[in-house]
Write a protein that binds this ligand. Sequence first.
Ligand code: AMP
Length: 265
Amino acid sequence: MDLLRAAAGSAGGGPGSRCRDVACYLSREARTITIADVKTKVGPLILLGAPGAGKGTQAKLIMQRYGVPQISTGDILRDNVGRGTELGKKAKAFMDKGELVPDDLVCDMVADRLRQADCEQGFILDGFPRTVGQAEWLARLLKSEFFEKRCGVPPVVVNFRVGYNQLLRRLTGRRTCPTCGRIYNVYSQPPRVADTCDVDGSKLVTRKDDSEEVIAERLKAYERQTLPLIDYYRRQGGLREIDADGPPEQVTAEAFRAIEDGHRL
Ligand code: AMP
């Protein structure tokens, strides 16, 4: 599948291609931050990867360790759909088909969320950006509102790479607790009692868009619209690639290392 070959390809652009984009905030020297900085200011963390790559699971572990909020655009959109808001009504038709919601709707929603006080020291973007247009918009927002006025730490961008068969297993086997949000997988991480959350006993649900037809559309949308982002961030020289086919603990350890080793966008 093209998306996997492209995601595994070599980095584009040499050192000279760094800093040409609006996402470039600092001189190379100033981009090096220390572990002590990370403890107080995590800054923006951008998690990339196909649907089913494990971004949500890793985002929750990152949130626990660093105390910054997980901002999942998929979760916020589903919440709006559930509450029947204007945004939810507009987004639903796209989501039901496995298509991306238009950039302007998603960007306004993200701007509202990032301006809340709990994002002051950092945040984890899970499922955003998903198009080059969203990434360019985010770079402008971070530069104008965050980098200079708020946390002052450049972003870490992590790409979780997973093979196609593994993605399908993860998506078709995924079950979620509607109460606490915990994610299970019937193949690899089943609950102790079938269909029941270990934490609060709620009945687990399958996301509507985890049906096979919608999964196929979501993976096509990923390949067409989101994959170009990998090169977009590679060209800026700061993309961190993690093989997310491996054991979850190993993936988590690599994600923490990427956040703490000071090599940022
Ligand atoms: P997710 O839970 O991240 O897989 O997202 C579920 C669905 O929400 C996607 O298939 C899209 O329809 C929509 N969605 C989530 N994030 C975005 C985004 N950044 N841009 C456009 N649509 C999005």
